[in-house]
Design a protein around this ligand. Structure first.
Ligand code: ADP
Ligand code: MG
Length: 306
């Protein structure tokens, strides 16, 4: 028997764009002690734009020492070739980075001459293009392949590309922090949530700079989907017996964590169908501050019940 006021609580939440899949989750929200956020698509918009294409010097010239004499024309040609290769490798990926690369290429991508197209979750993509093995993804991916990165930008999310075991360069992609994210962190802190944590598969300096801007101090970076689960299991042990851990994500590379948290909260607008399926609560407006609002509704509902 569910107390009547829970229906009021669920209804009130849904009118605010917060879909709670059961009164048990609404009740559990009152005891949240640890709030864990994914970065990309959750605290940031997940709307990447390509802001630079950087073919490896050795790719442009065939010789790093000739750097000075590279003509503008050679450079433009190498850039075109790199973005074309990346756009093809990303042909089927649903990651927002993939969409930004296909957009920047701006031409039709045909699958002719392509084979073995694979998504490497939390990592990048792999494809056979005209008989050549192309990888596009994180520094971690390149490290695991034993491919040396020649040089890279200090800031921004980077998509490194390798062709037949040789480093081919990188593409700089940039995302923006959601306007609402700072408010979300502030409100959760003001409510006395003990721990606010960010998990990301992105590189260290991006993760830390986003976290710092939002006032999150506990940040874990360069995590694969399985590493995110492992981190969450560790955090679970830091709660009191009745305390709850929430994970807030968009479902891209974090569906296992969403499913494993006490309460999984998914972004419903941008998030994947798999995330909406795996989550206990769905935020239709994609605003992280709705998490604090949901906790407030829970506490208010429980006061009425008691
Ligand atoms: P987050 O944990 O912040 O949500 P993801 O797990 O989605 O980030 O991705 C982690 C990292 O893996 C990205 O920052 C990117 O470097 C790389 N990556 C993942 N998918 C792709 C892809 N399709 N193309 C290129 N890089 C990718
Ligand atoms: Mg994500």
């Amino acid at each position: 028997s569910i107390p009547l006021s829970f229906f009021g609580g669920l209804g009130g939440a849904s009118r605010r764009g917060i879909l709670v899949k059961g009164s048990n989750y609404l009740e559990a929200l009152a005891n949240v002690e640890i709030a864990v956020f994914d970065k990309t698509g959750t605290l940031t918009k997940g709307n990447f734009k390509v802001s630079g294409i950087f073919p490896a010097e050795s790719v442009i010239t065939g010789n790093a020492e000739l750097k000075e004499s590279v003509s503008g024309e050679m450079k433009a040609e190498a850039e075109e070739r790199l973005i074309r290769m990346a756009a093809h490798a990303e042909i089927h990926s649903s990651h927002p980075i993939a969409a930004s690369i296909r957009d920047a290429y701006g031409k039709a991508i045909d699958a002719e001459g392509m084979d073995e197209i694979e998504e490497l979750s939390g990592y990048g993509v792999k494809a056979l293009i005209d008989g050549k093995t192309v990888y596009a993804g994180s520094r971690k991916l390149m490290n695991d392949l034993g491919i040396r990165i020649e040089n890279e930008a200090a800031a921004g999310t980077l998509v490194h590309i390798a062709e037949d075991g040789k480093y081919a360069g990188y593409i700089l992609v940039e995302d923006e922090i959601k306007y609402d994210s700072q408010r979300a962190v502030k409100e959760l802190m003001a409510m006395g949530i003990k721990k606010i944590v960010m998990l990301t598969g992105d590189r260290k300096n991006i993760g830390e700079s986003v976290g710092k801007k939002l006032g999150i101090t506990e940040i874990y970076t360069e995590l694969l989907p399985a590493d995110k689960v492992e981190k969450m299991v560790g955090l679970m042990k830091q709660k009191s017996p009745k305390g709850k851990l929430i994970f807030v994500g968009d479902g891209i590379n974090d569906a296992p964590v969403l499913a494993g948290a006490d309460i999984g909260i998914a972004m419903g607008g941008l998030g994947s169908d798999a995330a909406i399926e795996a989550a206990d609560i769905v935020i239709m407006t994609d605003e992280p501050s709705k998490v604090a609002e949901a906790i407030k509704i829970s506490k208010k509902t429980l006061r009425i019940v008691k």
